[in-house]
Design a protein around this ligand. Sequence first.
Ligand code: AP5
Length: 211
Amino acid sequence: MKLILLGPPGAGKGTQAEILSKRLGIDTISTGVMLRAAIREGTELGRMAEGYINDGKLVPDDVVVGIVKERLSQEDCEKGFILDGFPRTTAQAEALTASGVEIDKVLSLEVSDETIIERLSGRRECSKCGTPYHVVFKPSPNGDKCPCGGELIQRADDNEETVKNRIEVYHNQTEPIKEYYQAQGKLVVAYGKEELADTTLEVAKALGLED
Ligand code: AP5
């Protein structure tokens, strides 16, 4: 399965990608995770991306397309992958098509803007492995630590003003991609319910993965 997860910030893409990744035995490629790792490591890419991310803006297309193409050229991607957070503009979607990668399905995870704010204000993330948690909806079994031992932290771009910018960017720049994949007959939709288990079920149904 070569799958794209689309959706607004906080829709639950990372959470569902983690579940699908285990279920399907394929890796998740998250541009957000890759960019934040580059920031932590202080690489040239990280220094360039940090300002865009902290302002809630998109990192330039050519940069992101470059890192995704490089990752997709690795051998493990031949058996399938889940793209989380890419493509995010029509130009990125077109670049992916032009690179010859055949996508099977594009899942759009839909949630309201109000739900996004609630989810992102309570989100915590493992500083070591990047696993997402929520103080109410998905607490870590180890309290304020991840089972891997990492500390749980709040992302720098989860403050109210940046979240508002990210939502606006999503509606203006990312949402039009749905039409691009709809026209190719690849778009399926799932609604992010309040209970995590219900969303997981919706996602499985949309992808035709029910038992
Ligand atoms: P990125 O890391 O991709 O962030 P995002 O798309 O804004 O999405 P999030 O990671 O915030 O949310 P999510 O949908 O994964 O939700 P999660 O599962 O965590 O990108 C960050 C930045 O990097 C961008 O703003 C941009 O600057 C840059 N960037 C990245 N890719 C780029 C690209 N292709 N081009 C240009 N720039 C790029 O869930 C959220 C919370 O809700 C969690 O706490 C979770 O536990 C909880 N939750 C999840 N599902 C449920 C549920 N069903 N019920 C209750 N709670 C739930």
